[in-house]
Design a protein around this ligand. Structure first.
Ligand code: ADP
Ligand code: AMP
Length: 212
């Protein structure tokens, strides 16, 4: 099964992606995670991505399309299937992805679109915390980890107020045409994102279990 998960920053893509890949055995490809890993490892890719990410802007399409193509071409994708999270984020990326999939003889089965009003997202993003060791995402209020400590959990640089507003503006402007692009292909499944994490997953699970 080959899937995209879409939604504004904070909609719950990463949270649900972790559950989906665990249940269905897919490879999770998060472009945001790939960029953050590159920054942590101080690679050339990380250096070029960092200035865009810190401001809440998108990394240029040529760079992003390149890393996605490289990852999708690896062996495990054909065996296990993939879940792309945080990509495509521009219409150009969506069109490039269609070409990449064609070239690699892969087919997209569904687009999971997590819907939530943008005024709920600032609260989600400002409380988001990540476990330094496991990379797992939690929320200080909505999904607190049992073992919270300032040492073991960090807040993302771009979840600080200056970048959050810019990220929401950028993603609202770019996101709608992408959903329409996939709606026209009959692939989009809308999921209500403003409910408990487990209920969001139940709704997604129902859709995906019916696809197989
Ligand atoms: P995205 O990957 O779409 O940016 P995340 O999965 O990182 O979003 O979720 C953003 C924040 O909101 C995290 O702190 C997460 O724990 C929290 N969160 C995710 N889903 C829900 C939900 N259904 N209800 C409340 N909080 C949620
Ligand atoms: P995310 O983890 O998905 O919230 O992404 C964090 C940041 O990484 C974004 O604000 C962008 O700067 C960058 N990024 C992630 N995915 C993409 C993408 N598909 N295109 C451009 N930039 C991206």
């Amino acid at each position: 099964m080959n899937l995209l998960i879409m939604g504004l920053p904070g909609a719950g893509k990463g949270t649900q992606a972790a559950k989906i890949v665990e249940k269905f055995g897919l490879v999770h490809i998060s472009t945001g995670d790939m960029f953050r890993a590159a920054i942590a490892n101080q690679t050339e890719l990380g250096l070029s991505a960092k200035s865009y990410m810190d401001k809440g802007d998108l990394v240029p399409d040529e760079v992003t399309n390149g890393i996605v193509k490289e990852r999708l071409a690896q062996e495990d994708i054909k065996e296990k299937g993939f879940l792309l999270d945080g990509y495509p984020r521009t219409l150009d990326q969506a069109e490039v992805l269609t070409a990449i999939l064609k070239e690699l003889e892969l087919q997209l089965d569904a687009v999971v679109n997590i819907e939530i009003a943008s005024d709920k997202l600032v609260e989600r993003l400002s409380g988001r915390i990540i476990n330094r060791k496991t990379g797992e995402t939690f929320h200080k209020v909505f999904n607190p980890p049992a073992d919270y400590s300032e040492e073991d959990y960090y807040q993302r640089e771009d979840d600080k107020p200056e970048a959050v507003k810019r990220r929401l503006d950028v993603n609202i402007a770019q996101g709608q045409p992408i959903i329409e692009y996939y709606r026209a292909k009959g692939l989009v499944h809308d999921i209500e994102g403003d409910q408990d994490i487990d209920l969001v997953f139940e709704a997604i699970d129902k859709v995906l279990s019916n696809l197989k």
